[in-house]
Design a protein around this ligand. Structure first.
Ligand code: 5AD
Ligand code: SF4
Length: 393
């Protein structure tokens, strides 16, 4: 199983195309290709990322056909007669999105950060962390590997807030990737000048992953000293205006955070019109001021996923690595069974991966990328999920 199924273009309305996957229809935005009815494409995040020749698409679809319908059946069986909150959320996920599940790769290219968030292991004051930066060549090579060898169609490029990657360097990286490879490129580089974000959009980046961390202004300003919640929210709104898909969310289980705060977090995230919700548990890091804070329960995270699904049934919800870390055996499976429908796989080169230590003992750092992919694909088959695109919002 691979992480995307090609679809057939069956309708074109200016830049919005309708794509069919074995009778299921999804919309996608097409900015980059000349398309006519009957063409075959790959779409991710509601964007057409690649056009492929018919003679290449047909055998792939043929190989998928039987499995595709089998997966659908498994998913339908697993979502019948929902009883508890999690099952109801999973049932709604199935109703609104079918068994589509997207898998994005994430590549962490620098662990330097000029900020000092009290909860984060990458904080500037953590002098014990070995820091690394990948140069442009290394980043492009690692993306090439993830896209060409590992077949990822959507990639997140993430770093701390590291100004060594200035406008010129970032634009160069994005342009080189977009000129060479078919991919939906999502950036997670912190609070940068809006003009830089405009240039990165022009260079071809189409998504930004940026959480607002907490909707509680007092907590935000306590844990991110010197920073303003309002600035963060305004930036996210501006990014949407530029046209970016926004992946946003918050931390679950920060000290002093209440249940009511979490409900407000869900509402705030929704109001920002996210392409995808990205929220996960706060896991204390021993070299941070919050080292002695309690670890949130897996149930709290699953309940947050389920509530989000019930409140906003059409949403796309990511299972974050932090949930997979909290419960290494079952985190991904439980998240997907509580209403989530997306996953990320870490594709950072192995020599750097363990240094991106936002929190300790991250899931997935001690196995090879290929083994991790195998585990995730097995899980998706077991749960009856197919990598058809979730479609244009
Ligand atoms: N536990 C879990 N997530 C964390 N992040 C930062 N520190 C932690 C932690 N201790 C998350 C923040 C940030 C993202 C890059 O990592 O939400 O936005
Ligand atoms: Fe830097 Fe982000 Fe960590 Fe804050 S949460 S210290 S901005 S990497």
């Amino acid at each position: 199983m691979c992480y995307a199924i090609p679809g057939k273009v069956i309708d074109i309305d200016r830049d919005i195309v309708t794509i069919e996957y074995f009778g299921e229809k999804r919309k996608a935005k097409n900015e980059f290709f000349k398309l006519t009815d009957g063409d075959y494409v790959y779409a991710q995040g509601g964007f057409v990322v690649q056009k492929i020749p018919t003679k290449e698409a047909l055998p792939i679809l043929e190989a998928w056909r039987e499995l595709f319908f089998k997966l659908k059946e498994i998913d339908q069986k697993l979502t019948q007669n929902p009883k508890n909150l999690y099952e109801k959320a999973n049932n709604l996920r199935q109703k609104y999105h079918g068994n589509s599940c997207c898998i994005h790769g994430i590549m962490e290219f620098s662990n330097y950060c000029c900020n000092d968030c009290l909860y984060c292991g990458l904080r500037h004051s953590n002098a014990q962390l070995k820091r690394y930066r990948m140069d442009t060549e290394e980043i492009v090579k690692a993306c090439e590997y993830a896209i060409k060898e590992l077949n990822f169609k959507a990639l997140v490029l993430q770093s701390g807030e590291d100004y060594r990657y200035d406008e010129k360097r970032l634009v160069d990286v994005v342009r080189r990737i977009m000129e060479s490879f078919p991919v939906l490129l999502i950036l997670s580089i912190g609070e940068r000048d809006i003009e830089i974000y405009k240039k990165l959009y022009k260079a071809g980046a189409r998504g930004i992953l940026i959480r607002f961390e907490t909707s509680n202004q007092r907590l935000y300003e306590e844990y991110r000293r010197g920073k303003k919640l309002l600035n963060r929210i305004n930036l996210i709104k501006e990014l949407r205006k530029i046209g970016y898909l926004v992946f946003t969310g918050f931390l679950i289980g920060l000290p002093q955070q209440t249940e009511e705060d979490i409900l407000k977090d869900i509402e705030l995230a929704y109001s920002l019109e996210p392409e995808m919700f990205s929220f996960g548990p706060f896991i204390p890091h021993p070299n941070t001021p919050l080292k002695d804070a309690p670890v949130p329960s897996v149930d709290l995270v699953l309940t947050t996923i389920a509530k989000t699904r019930l409140m906003y049934p059409e949403s796309r919800i990511l299972v974050t690595t932090a949930l997979e870390t909290l419960d290494k055996e079952n985190g991904a499976r439980l998240g997907l069974l509580s209403g989530a429908n997306s996953l990320m796989i870490n594709v950072t080169p192995e020599k750097y991966r363990r240094f991106y230590e936002i929190y300790p003992d991250r899931s997935g750092i001690d196995i090879t990328i290929k083994d991790r992919i195998k585990i995730i694909l097995n899980l998706l088959q077991f749960l009856g999920r197919a990598p058809t695109d979730l479609g244009y919002r």
